[in-house]
Design a protein around this ligand. Structure first.
Ligand SMILES: [Mn+2]
Length: 371
């Protein structure tokens, strides 16, 4: 017969995924419906589906409701954050940008477009709503125009989340926030912290135009005693926007840099293996920093410093999933600049990346964390 003579549908991942769905619980979904009906009132009697409420209070409609990430509850009282497994937190700061501003609107845009995503992923067979207690704690009160005061605020906020044993997912903001975020992770870790950094830019010079801009986070982060540069792996760096000042520091301090060509030649799996080996060397925890501009500029127009020649979205997502396998202490997605975005595609990729990482952490039993 033809090309598919030995085709066996039983071997398809799609077949496994169809079966896996039947094994997932629906308890949290039912809780959500019950809460929506109580708080949002029962639907008008003309509505036949009695899981629908009168006021939108849950996942549906995807274009309506509250602007939290993935429509999870908003936590007004952050003293209660310890009741959850994952906290989404916005850092609407773009005073560190050196070219296009606008990343202060990143958290809002990522939350808004995340409304179209469901908490269930077909291929991994993970339903985040059933596996994790997730909450959106809103945004850090950053001080526009003052980088240092904002760093102090960001450090305190992320440290609060970490000290409560909760996994922070941080929405930037420009990449300068990587430094105070890492500082918070490091001060809550009893041992060394590794960093896995996806970017087109090396972001490792001491200062840029006399300030600690978004070109500088890893210089300052790797000054923290338990975040040594030898545990920093930087993937996707290259092109025509890598300042020589940052390259000099990377060389002197001995961070590991993989270019797009390196990754392409060795394959995504091998690149992830190397990243994990370096980041985890003698470390107690690893932090993931995903700069959306590590993806080719054609897919992420809404970013502060676009660079052609980066990852394809599918490659970046695969790499993120692979490096999340061993567990993470937190993650950030930075440099989404909605004023330059088109049809929310940049913000959507940021939201998608977060969900893929969370699904991987659930799949490999790193979340929910045992406390
Ligand atoms: Mn970058």
């Amino acid at each position: 017969m033809g090309f598919f003579h030995d085709f066996d549908p039983k071997k398809l991942k799609g077949t496994w995924a169809k079966e896996q769905e039947a094994r997932l619980p629906e308890d949290r979904y039912r809780e959500e419906v019950a809460r929506a009906l109580a708080f949002g009132l029962e639907a008008a009697e003309e509505v036949e589906d009695r899981t629908i409420s009168c006021f939108s209070r849950g996942e549906l409609p995807h274009f309506a409701g509250i602007n939290t990430f993935l429509k999870v509850p908003y936590l007004e009282d952050v003293r209660e954050v310890g009741k959850y497994d994952v906290a989404f937190v916005g850092v609407p700061f773009d005073t560190g940008t050196t070219y296009r501003p606008g990343a202060r609107f990143g958290p809002q845009a990522i939350r808004r477009i995340s409304g179209l995503l469901t908490p269930y992923n077909f291929e991994t067979g993970v339903d985040l709503r059933e596996s994790l207690r997730m909450v959106d704690v809103g945004d850090v009160f950053v001080i526009p125009g003052n980088i240092e005061k904002s760093f102090a605020q960001i450090r305190k906020a992320i440290s609060h989340i970490k000290a409560n044993g909760v996994f922070p997912v941080i929405f930037g903001g420009d990449h300068s926030i990587g430094y105070p975020a890492l500082w918070a992770i490091a001060e809550n870790t009893d041992g060394k912290v590794g960093i896995i950094h996806l970017d087109r830019h090396v972001d490792m010079q001491e200062k840029d135009m006399d300030e600690r801009m978004h070109t500088t986070p890893w210089f300052h982060a790797t000054n923290i005693p338990n975040a040594p540069p030898t545990n920093l792996v930087q993937i996707g760096i290259g092109g025509w926007q890598v300042p020589r000042a940052g390259v000099k520091v990377a060389r002197e301090r001995g961070s590991t840099i993989l270019t797009i060509d390196d990754v392409e030649e060795m394959g995504i799996e091998k690149a992830a293996e190397i990243a994990l080996e370096i980041a985890w060397k003698g470390a107690k925890a690893v932090y993931l920093s995903f700069d959306i501009d590590s993806v080719d500029a054609g897919f992420v127009p809404g970013t502060g410093w676009p660079e052609p020649g980066g990852f394809l979205p599918r490659e970046a997502l695969k790499l993120l999933r692979l490096v999340a396998k061993e567990g993470l202490a937190g993650m950030e997605v930075v440099e989404v600049s909605p004023p330059y975005d088109i049809a929310d595609i940049t913000a959507l990729l940021a939201a998608r990346a977060v969900l893929d990482v969370l699904a991987t952490l659930v799949e490999h039993k790193h979340l929910p964390a045992r406390r």
